[in-house]
Unconditional design. Structure first.
Length: 201
């Protein structure tokens, strides 16, 4: 039987391979090919193991690696903070994956909150479907803050989430990117993400 630890080990080896190739070859077109290859490898791997949550969790690392946060006292300077708001299976997956992994050379802290008032100032805020009725309050709470919002709920992208995962007609995982929110944000998003994403406004 294939264990979760074995899957995680091989999954991150694939991530490291794409990172190495991207570093070695600076050409944007080639980098785009590498990123598409990452999609194909990870989609095949994860869905073969029925681990869609694992793939979403791993993509948070890719989103972070291809984005820059402004220097501000609002954000923790010693660790990379990912907060899940709401009740969702993604939380224990994130805890397990990032227990010993780093993001942008920082140790990762995974937190969870069930209330809007306790969001704090994470680098990434993962908004779960369970918080659908509170989405507007969440977006108002973090307005003008350098927080990357991510979700996997239909319609959340159009409502103001920056990155929103969805399942294609072919049964593969992809993501939407709201360019209206991207332009308003103080985050700097690499064009590779823009080119690979399904763009919404």
């Amino acid at each position: 039987m294939v264990t979760d630890s074995y899957m995680l080990s091989n999954f991150f080896k694939q991530l490291q391979l794409t990172d190495l190739l991207t570093t070695m070859v600076p050409n944007r077109l080639y980098n785009l090919i590498i990123f598409i290859t990452f999609f194909l490898i990870t989609t095949s791997f994860v869905y073969a193991q029925d681990r869609s949550q694992l793939m979403k969790a791993a993509f948070l690392s890719k989103f972070a690696q291809l984005s820059n946060w402004p220097k501000t006292d609002l954000l923790d300077q010693d660790k990379f903070v990912i907060t899940v708001i709401g009740d969702d299976p993604i939380f224990p997956i994130l805890k397990k994956i990032y227990k010993t992994k780093q993001v942008n050379n920082y140790p990762v802290q995974i937190t969870q909150t069930l209330t809007v008032c306790d969001i704090g100032n994470p680098h990434i805020l993962y908004v779960t479907k369970s918080m659908e009725s509170h989405l507007n309050n969440i977006l108002d709470k973090i307005s003008n803050k350098p927080i990357m919002t991510v979700s996997d709920t239909d319609g959340f992208g159009q409502k103001g989430i920056l990155f929103n995962f969805y399942i294609t007609n072919k049964g593969t995982l992809h993501f939407e990117l709201n360019t209206r929110i991207m332009k308003k944000s103080s985050l700097k998003i690499n064009l590779l993400l823009v080119e690979i994403a399904k763009i919404i406004h």
